[in-house]
Design a protein around this ligand. Structure first.
Ligand code: CA
Length: 228
């Protein structure tokens, strides 16, 4: 089970209370105080659950929720609100929230919802986005399919696994050794040349100009990264 929780809440007291309690229950908690960076954080890390306040400064909870769902994230989302209006609840559920809790709430109630959502999420195996859109590329993580400008770009299983790992770690430089270990499962690397060859094949299939890649970048002396 993915026990990483992203808590998006702007009331410092509530953030403190919730984080402490969730951590004491064994969850890892990452907190954001406003909605602006949620998409970015959710792209970089895999969360088992997002607890999302509706009333946030900057980008509001509904907007964030809609954005996440439009980008293909199926991570369970528990909405929090101080408002008791039924319309808010209906709106949230309609645009893709999984559950809803009205403030003030009792901690045991929150914990019960958190546990239920995490269990549901782990059964479904959803903790990353279902697809990525990068310029002309549409990468469907469920079907393991890629299209470029709408045309299929057939990848071998290994190529797709490599692409998946790069995407899941988007923006981070990954060494050839790490790629060999995580994608090929070699603990002692036979040759990092294997990685280079597969990266070259991926570029030929996905990049407009394989010699000047826009997405699968070389970080000299360090490894590769998928452009963020
Ligand atoms: Ca708030």
């Amino acid at each position: 089970m993915n026990s990483n929780i992203l808590l998006v809440e702007d009331e410092p007291g509530l953030v403190l209370t919730l984080s402490d309690r969730l951590r004491s229950e064994g969850y890892n908690v990452d907190a954001l105080h406003e909605g602006t960076h949620v998409l970015d954080r959710a792209t970089r890390n895999r969360f088992g659950l997002i607890i999302l306040d509706v009333m946030l400064p900057g980008k509001g909870g509904f907007e964030v929720l809609q954005e996440l769902r439009q980008r293909g994230f199926t991570t369970p989302i528990l909405m929090l609100t101080a408002r008791t209006q039924m319309t808010d609840k209906v709106k949230g559920l309609k645009i893709g929230a999984d559950d809803y809790l009205t403030k003030p709430f009792e901690m045991p109630e929150l914990l019960a919802r958190v546990e239920a959502l995490l269990r549901r999420g782990s059964r479904a195996g959803h903790d990353g986005p279902d697809f990525y859109d990068c310029g002309p590329l549409h990468i469907d993580m469920r079907k393991s399919e890629v299209t470029r400008d709408g045309s299929p770009a057939p990848l071998s299983t290994k190529e797709f696994q490599l692409l998946r790992y790069l995407l899941e770690n988007r923006g981070r430089t990954i060494s050839r050794e790490e790629l060999l270990k995580e994608v090929w499962g070699y603990s002692a690397a036979p040759s990092t040349r294997t990685v280079d060859v597969h990266v070259a094949w991926l570029r030929q299939k996905l990049e407009a100009d394989a010699k000047q890649p826009k997405y699968i970048l070389t970080v000299h002396g360090q490894g590769y990264k998928f452009a963020s």
